[in-house]
Design a protein around this ligand. Structure first.
Ligand SMILES: *[C@@H]1O[C@H](CO)[C@@H](O)[C@H](O)[C@H]1NC(C)=O
Ligand SMILES: *[C@@H]1O[C@H](CO)[C@@H](O)[C@H](O)[C@H]1NC(C)=O
Length: 260
């Protein structure tokens, strides 16, 4: 099996293996998730039950003991940056992970090739850990060049695991208008104790995901997608990033796909 080093902002963000051959009788089935529009511009959609309990358990099992201090993409290529104190790892692409990829591609209307997906990344936050305000799209031309796969068109941030004693640790978008309807608070999705001028803070809810589009129609980065993983004051959470690029990623970044 070939192992690729995955480069991000000049530093090695992890290693990704080629696709694991499909074996056994696993059958990819998609959960009946629900979608809720949060914002039309920029497009932000909340998805309930995007990951099944089995998928969440599997994602944790296959990444156990592989987390390392997260890196930040920056022009300077700073390796370990104080703005991000979480730990992260890349997920080996087996049949279950491909099923999640297939769901993410279908959500975006089927016309995105699989090769435009970055290897899925898990991010673990313990008490006090956070990821300061950032955008997922790259500022630097180097990171967003056609050879590098272009910029990040869209992001899913899915909650894989949330400890039952978790406090804090929401995902905050300061430039979005909070939804007005009380159901967002009652469903436990939006933190309605937050001040209005702080934008929208999504509470971590296992299995749910936030989807948003990073680029304007002219391809430039949309600064309204600025967001942060707020510090946890108790408990812990594991999230997953699914990033879609404008163009295909090289095998060096994505590893090899044996199946279409
Ligand atoms: C993950 O590992 C635990 C402990 O070994 C096991 O009980 C569970 O079934 C595994 N989950 C999956 C989806 O394989
Ligand atoms: C949280 O989980 C722990 C360990 O599984 C358990 O002992 C505890 O009772 C749970 N607490 C609540 C409030 O559910």
């Amino acid at each position: 099996m070939r192992i690729s080093r995955y480069l991000l902002g000049g530093c090695v963000a992890g290693v990704i293996a080629d696709q694991v051959p499909l074996v056994g009788d696993y059958n990819c089935e998609h959960p009946p998730y629900q979608v809720l529009m949060v914002s039309k511009s920029p497009r932000v959609i909340y998805i309930t039950d995007f990951l099944t309990p089995e998928e969440r358990s599997h994602l944790q099992n296959v990444t156990q003991n592989s987390f390392t201090r997260s890196h930040v993409a920056s022009r300077a290529g700073a390796a370990k940056h104080a703005v991000r104190t979480s730990q992260s790892t890349l997920v080996p692409r087996d049949a279950i992970v491909r099923c999640i990829e297939t769901r993410a591609l279908a959500f975006q209307g089927y016309d995105t090739p699989r090769r435009n997906l970055e290897p899925l990344q898990l991010v673990k936050y313990g008490p006090t850990e956070h990821y300061h305000y950032h955008t997922d799209w790259f500022l630097s031309q180097e990171n967003a060049s056609p050879q590098a796969g272009g910029n990040r068109v869209s992001s899913f941030f899915a909650y894989v695991q949330v400890a039952n004693d978790t406090t804090g640790g929401g995902t905050n978008f300061p430039h979005l208008d909070p939804p007005a309807d009380a159901r967002w608070c009652e469903m436990g999705i939006v933190d309605c104790d937050d001040e209005y001028d702080r934008g929208v803070t999504f509470r971590p809810v296992e299995g749910n995901a936030i989807y948003w589009e990073n680029l304007r129609s002219d391809g430039s980065g949309d600064e309204r997608t600025l967001h942060a993983g707020l510090p946890l004051t108790g408990g812990g959470k594991i999230g997953m990033n699914i990033w879609t690029r404008e163009m295909a990623l090289s095998e060096d970044v994505r590893g090899r796909d044996y199946y279409p």
